[in-house]
Design a protein around this ligand. Structure first.
Ligand code: ARG
Length: 474
């Protein structure tokens, strides 16, 4: 078993039981690139402070680079008895370079180190996740254009409500994901501060240039309070919250895909490669992928609750509790990067069964509101119109027909009034076209909304291209 970094004070090695509890190498080795980048920046500050010479820094820098290459290649042998990624790297350097490597940890602690590493790691992960959400939005916009005029049933309470266009439905998800991107970018901007120099908790005594390390690592600025720098994990909490909302949105789409595909709805089909069969029932074609998109939300919410609980009530500053931030963080990043491409594939390839969609869109007298609105335009108070159309629906139920199948005579009898526009008003296309306003479901509005969404997405993908930043709510 390797000597721990604190063997000077504690002669006895750690008990095996404690070691098993303590070890984080199996998962925190994922931070090695960030940890090495962090050490290289720290070395520059040490040189500037006169703690290491230029030559020593270069020597250490080259050894760190060699270590990184070994780790990239998977040939580095990690030692679990050294607890974490930081100790493994420091010990390996000492083993290779001897005394000069013992200077590396001057003026820093694993506390400011790990906070810096996770900020760097999360910053890059958010960029990757954002790229995937942008891609999903692009798919939704493209599909919305194709399906701008596709009639689709609109539900409230999962009961027939009013007809919509499928493109409009897809753009609802695009709008949700646009806000998700805003939340992720906000989180990225807030986490982009550098803890280095905070030391264990109170700062360092070497006059390390904190601006230097911060800018070398691409942070906007050093963190302003050393206790805060090592103690808080709110940047991870914020990410897990934003990720949870993304998962809420994806789970709703996943659920809708499952429902739409069930024969009772029969609204869509998915290509075979996005479905699975059954080991016993030969006829089955199951939407497992959409179900998993829906279910993966559970682990992301779990990660958020885990870390909220870990952080709650901790006295300042760093406590070992904070080590428990990593698995929820990594798992959430991995989950999003798994689920987002799956959702892109589903959205890109689902195929609407148009006849069935029309049938369900018309079912349940879904254009009844349109008729009431028409009576209102003729001067009738809405409550009165609502009442009369309610009577008409009852008449349809008695006759076993739809609103569209009613004769002028039936209309006149139930409504006390009839005109030659009513027959059109109660059609699906009449209903859709009537909602021709900003945010409405009319096909022309879907085209306009898709256009707008496309421009917004381009601006977000290329923030440099315009001076004005995208408003958080799009
Ligand atoms: N593995 C530790 C963590 O993730 C690194 C910091 C350890 N600091 C300490 N004082 N024991 O939090």
């Amino acid at each position: 078993m390797a000597e721990p970094l604190w063997s000077g004070r504690l002669g006895q090695g750690m008990s095996e039981t404690l070691q098993r509890l303590s070890v984080s190498v199996p998962y925190d080795q994922r931070l090695y690139r960030e940890d090495i980048a962090c050490s290289r920046a720290h070395l520059q500050a040490l040189e500037r402070a006169g703690v290491v010479t230029h030559q020593e820094r270069e020597q250490l820098d080259a050894a760190l680079d060699a270590l990184r290459q070994e780790m990239d290649a998977g040939t580095f042998s990690w030692d679990e008895s050294l607890e974490d990624v930081h100790s493994n790297i420091e010990r390996a350097l000492i083993a290779r370079l001897g005394d000069v490597a013992k200077k590396l940890h001057t003026g820093r602690s694993r506390n400011d180190q790990v906070a810096t590493d996770t900020r760097l790691f999360l910053r890059a992960a958010i960029d990757e996740i954002l790229a995937q959400v942008y891609r999903l939005r692009a798919v939704l916009i493209q599909r919305a254009r194709e399906e701008a005029a596709t009639v689709f049933p609109g539900f409230t309470h999962l009961q027939s409500a009013q007809p919509v266009t499928f493109g409009h439905h897809l753009l609802a998800y695009e709008a949700m994901l646009t806000r998700d991107c805003g939340r992720l970018r906000d989180c990225r901007a807030r986490l982009n501060q550098c803890p280095l120099g905070a030391g264990a908790l109170a700062g360092n005594t070497y006059g390390l240039d904190r601006q230097l390390t911060s800018s070398l690592l691409g942070f906007a600025s050093p963190m302003e309070n050393s206790l805060d720098a090592v103690a808080d994990r709110d940047y991870i909490l914020e990410f897990l919250s934003a990720a949870s909302v993304v998962m809420v949105h994806l789970s709703r789409l996943g659920e809708e895909v499952v429902l739409w595909m069930t024969p009772a709805f029969g609204l869509i089909t998915l290509p075979d490669e996005l479905t699975t069969g059954s080991s016993i029932m030969p006829q089955k074609k199951n939407p497992d992928m959409a179900e998993l998109v829906r279910a993966k939300s559970g682990r992301v919410f779990g990660a958020l609750v885990t870390l909220l609980t870990v952080m709650k009530g901790q006295p300042l500053a760093y406590n070992r509790d904070n080590q428990e931030d990593k698995e929820p963080l990594f798992d959430t990043i991995d989950t999003l990067l798994l689920v987002l491409p799956a959702t892109q594939a589903i959205a890109a390839s689902l195929c609407v069964n148009r006849e069935r969609a029309i049938e369900l869109a018309a079912a349940g007298f879904a254009t009844a509101t349109d008729l009431a609105d028409h009576l209102v335009r003729g001067g009738m108070p809405f409550r009165e119109a609502h009442e009369r159309v309610g009577g008409l629906v009852r008449a349809c139920l008695d006759k076993g027909c739809t609103l569209e199948q009613l004769t002028c005579h039936d209309m006149e009898q139930a409504l006390g009034i009839v005109d030659d526009q009513m027959a059109h008003v109660v059609t699906l296309s009449g209903s859709l076209q009537a909602r021709d306003h900003l945010g409405g479901t009319a096909p022309s509005q879907v085209h306009a909304a898709a256009e707008k969404a496309e421009l917004r997405l381009q601006r977000e993908r290329n923030p440099g291209a315009t001076a004005q930043d995208t408003p958080p709510c799009g």
